[in-house]
Each structure stands twice: as C-alpha cells, then as structure tokens.
Unconditional design. Structure first.
Length: 165
C-alpha cells in the first residue's frame, strides 16, 4: 500500500508539465509584445525625444529580463521537478542546465526580480514630473523590500550550505 502511494505521489510531478507549457506560452506572448513595441516605435523614431526612446528601450530591457526569468524557471523547474532534458549531444546546450538546484533557482529569481524592479524604478524616475511623489516613494519602498528579501534569501542559503559542510 505504502509503495503504491509513493509511486502515485512521485508520478504526480507530471501535473506540473502544463504549468511549464503555460509558461512557454507566456514567453511567446512576451516575445510578441516585444516586437509590437519595436514596430510601434519605428514610424515615430525620427520625431521621438531622447527620453522617450530611453523609456521604450527600458521597456524592451524589462521584457528581456522577464523573458530570461521565464526561460530559467521553465528549464530548471522542469529538470528539477519533472525529468532531465535529453540534450546531451546538442552543442547549443545552455551551460547552466542541470546545475541549478531549488535554492539557486530561488536566488536567481530573487535577483531577477530586483533587476526588473530596478528597470521599472528607473522608468518611473525618467517620468518623475508626471508621477505623484507618493507613488514614487512606495515604488522605492517596494524595490528596497525586494533587495532586502534577495539579500536575506542569499544569506540564509549561504548559512545553510556552510552548516552542511
């Protein structure tokens, strides 16, 4: 009985597969949004202000950071929780694949969130004259919360690894 329950629980990891497929659909949508922004700026590029162009580029950077985060979570999550990817002979295999455990994924996600938050905050500062001071203050507070959380998780992970050895 116990063995059957363990097999069912172990096999249930495949229920995560639709989540990772859904993330790849989200990645496709993000890519479409990226190119939509590029195409929409082309007719206006010669009349656009420098700060307007910087804001568009920051939006593109934001999308790229979120896309990288999605790829990292999809690949490492699939490999850690479902099954190893069989791409040994592929010369284009990403160097970090198969090397990230759950804690390193957590730390990478946290640092990616800090980077995304930084880009968003920079975008707000570029438009500071149009935005209420109260909103900017709350965005800074939220960003600092992300930074402190990322440092905290990294510190806890470092202390845990130190105590293991």
């Amino acid at each position: 009985m116990e063995e059957a329950i363990e097999k069912i629980i172990y096999a249930s990891r495949w229920l995560m597969l639709p989540v990772y497929v859904g993330l790849s659909c989200g990645f496709v949508l993000l890519t479409l949004k990226f190119f939509q922004q590029i195409i929409s700026v082309i007719p206006e590029i010669l009349i656009m202000s420098e700060s307007g162009l910087v804001l568009i580029v920051l939006s593109l950077i934001d999308i790229a950071l979120v896309g990288g985060l999605l790829v990292m979570v999809m690949f490492s999550g699939y490999e850690n929780f479902i099954s190893k990817m069989n791409i040994h002979g592929n010369k284009n295999k990403l160097g970090w694949m198969g090397t990230m455990d759950v804690n390193s994924i957590k730390n990478k996600v946290a640092s990616s969130i800090v980077a995304i938050s930084s880009v968003h905050l920079l975008r707000l500062f570029m438009e500071a004259e149009k935005i209420l001071d109260n909103k900017i203050m709350w965005c800074v507070v939220i960003h600092l919360t992300f930074v402190i959380s990322a440092f905290g998780m990294s510190y806890i992970d470092k202390m845990t690894k130190k105590n293991l050895y």
